[in-house]
Design a protein around this ligand. Structure first.
Ligand code: ASP
Ligand code: MG
Length: 406
């Protein structure tokens, strides 16, 4: 007997036909004698619709009420799946976040999980009951409903798996696993059998939307055995594992890209101590995350150029903040460009192999793609290029590192 967590995304519970199929899959595990917790998302499109309602209801909305509205999609699917399970003879009960309880902080709209009390769930397991849990939602210390940020039901599943000490946590979705890159761009993208937590974390935060980034962080921290697999076919998916579980490590495991980038350049910034702090301090205070940064060497020892990236949605605010600082900072010009994409090469093998960055630069050069900004970490190299080169850059890098399916 094993204890397993199964999570189904929006398309997998998109209508009653799909929900019945999910119930059959759950029945197989329950009949095998396993203890099962199923975490569900809202039906596909529902959360977007709910967010839309709130956006149109009032100019500025109280985030506590936003959470009341947008969390409701999961309540519907949890109840429906429990009904359908009971109908096919599987004892099942639905659970909302506050009923478990799954406790979070008070950051409404994007709350962090603090604690999951599994006492009641475990008691029901012992009685042979399947737990159907509404993903994406929790409860704060004041007893108000919170939500975990878009895509948050992945994190609900992993948190529950960690708290339950589950033997495995399967994320059932509309793709059959994690690919070397986006198959919509590269027809020769390959499904990976295994990927390390660290690589998955980079892939998720760099734009591969299979898993919410926080869910991977949590899986890594608690060593949850995570698998991304298809809810449409019973095939093995991609296992997210510890590095030492992968025998043959590829130097590069995947190519990710993110279009959600914008570039800001400040010219003729006075080159003296405190300048960077005076640029990035006010941006941080405004809650704007800065990602890649390059500072050009001063030609005349007096001024320098500063280029950095922010999310596209933060660009307008960043420009306002920096213009406010202009008299104080005394830079020359402010240039903003949202026509950029960040392309990244990821692989734990980079730790022990030199030359990965060099072959990236060479490949892009051969295609005539100009690199605007570069940043690196231990297991990735990212470059910022003009957005129109997204496909070309991703495709040529995918071949250059030998990732193409044969
Ligand atoms: N339904 C929520 C969303 O669309 C949570 C999830 O599906 O993971 O963001
Ligand atoms: Mg999702």
């Amino acid at each position: 007997m094993a204890r397993i967590v199964m999570k189904y995304g929006g398309t997998s519970v998109g209508d009653l036909v799909r929900i019945r199929e999910v119930a059959q899959q759950v029945k197989i595990e329950a009949d095998a004698g396993h203890e099962v917790a199923v975490i569900v998302s809202a039906m596909s499109g529902v959360t977007n619709q709910l967010v839309d309602y709130v956006d149109h209801a009032a100019k500025l909305c109280d985030l506590r009420e936003y959470d009341v509205v947008v969390s409701s999609g999961e309540q519907v699917t949890a109840g429906l799946l429990a009904v359908v399970l009971q109908d096919i003879g599987v004892p099942a009960r639905s659970w909302l976040g506050w009923q478990i309880p799954l406790r979070t902080d008070e950051a409404h709209g994007n709350a962090r999980i603090e604690d999951v009390d599994t006492t009641d769930l475990v008691r029901r397991f012992a009685e042979g009951q399947v737990a159907v849990v509404a993903g994406f939602q929790g409860v704060d210390s004041r007893g108000r409903i919170t939500t975990l940020g878009r895509g948050g039901s992945d994190t609900s599943a992993v948190a529950l798996a960690a708290a339950l000490g589950a033997d495995r946590c399967d994320i059932y979705t509309d793709v059959d696993g994690v690919y070397t890159t986006d198959p919509r761009i590269v027809a020769k993208a390959r499904k990976l059998d295994k990927i390390t937590y660290e690589e998955m974390l980079e892939m998720a935060s760099l734009g591969a939307k299979v898993l919410q980034t926080r869910s991977v962080e949590m899986a890594m921290k608690h060593r949850v055995r995570l698998q991304v697999r298809s809810s449409f076919e019973r095939l093995p998916g991609t296992l997210v594992v510890d590095e030492d579980e992968i025998v043959e490590k590829a130097i590069v495991s995947g190519i990710a890209y993110s279009r959600d980038e914008a570039k800001v350049t400040l010219t003729n910034v006075p080159d003296r101590p405190g300048t960077a702090a005076r640029i990035f301090g006010p941006l941080a205070d405004a809650g704007i995350n800065v990602d890649m940064i390059v500072q050009n060497a001063a030609v005349d020892d007096k001024t320098t150029g500063m280029t950095f990236t922010v999310r596209k949605s933060d660009l307008d605010r960043a420009v306002v903040v920096l213009k406010d600082q202009q008299p104080d900072l005394g830079y020359g010009e402010l240039k903003a460009d949202s026509n950029v994409v960040k392309v990244s090469v990821i692989g734990v093998g980079m730790r022990s192999h030199a030359g990965v960055a060099q072959s990236m630069f060479k490949t892009l050069a051969e295609k005539g793609i100009n690199i605007q900004v570069i940043s690196t970490s231990e297991i990735k190299v990212s470059v910022l290029v003009a957005e129109e080169y997204t496909e070309l850059a991703v495709r040529s890098l995918h071949s250059a590192y030998g990732l193409d399916a044969t």
